[in-house]
Design a protein. Structure first.
Length: 134
């Protein structure tokens, strides 16, 4: 956890307005880096499980402040059938709360389809930075 916490301390800066967290599993399975992101989002991710939801496959959105600016986290299960549309909605929400050319960090596994990543990073409003999860 210390290594990943340091990673986020280095990557999340005053220009960061959003984090796209793409995993093969549900959030219920606590995929990496669950605990580190929970820390940066003030425990909101763990609190999410205190609510009873019909499906954990739905996108999960979290909001906090970072450097006194809005920071949004969107968790998406790559198996979700309408993931493209859901990510587009997430980016629209972030764009309404952020400055132009703010950063969106993309956390993904190494085997995530690069065509998919190129497709979701076409939005010229943001500066996208993709990182492989280990």
């Amino acid at each position: 956890m210390v290594e990943e916490t340091s990673f986020f301390q280095d990557k999340i800066c005053s220009k960061t307005s959003g984090i796209l967290w793409l995993t093969q599993g549900d959030l219920k399975e606590k995929p990496q880096p669950f605990y580190e992101l929970n820390y940066f989002f003030d425990g909101l991710i763990m609190n999410h499980f205190q609510r009873e939801l019909p499906s954990h496959k739905m996108p999960n959105l979290f909001f906090t402040k970072n450097f006194n600016k809005n920071l949004l986290l969107g968790h998406y299960n790559l198996d979700f059938p309408t993931i493209d549309k859901e990510i587009e909605i997430f980016l629209e929400i972030v764009a309404n709360l952020a400055e132009k050319k703010s950063q969106i960090l993309i956390l993904k596994s190494q085997d995530t389809d690069e065509k998919f990543i190129k497709k979701i990073t076409r939005n010229p409003f943001f500066d996208f930075r993709a990182y492989n999860l280990t």
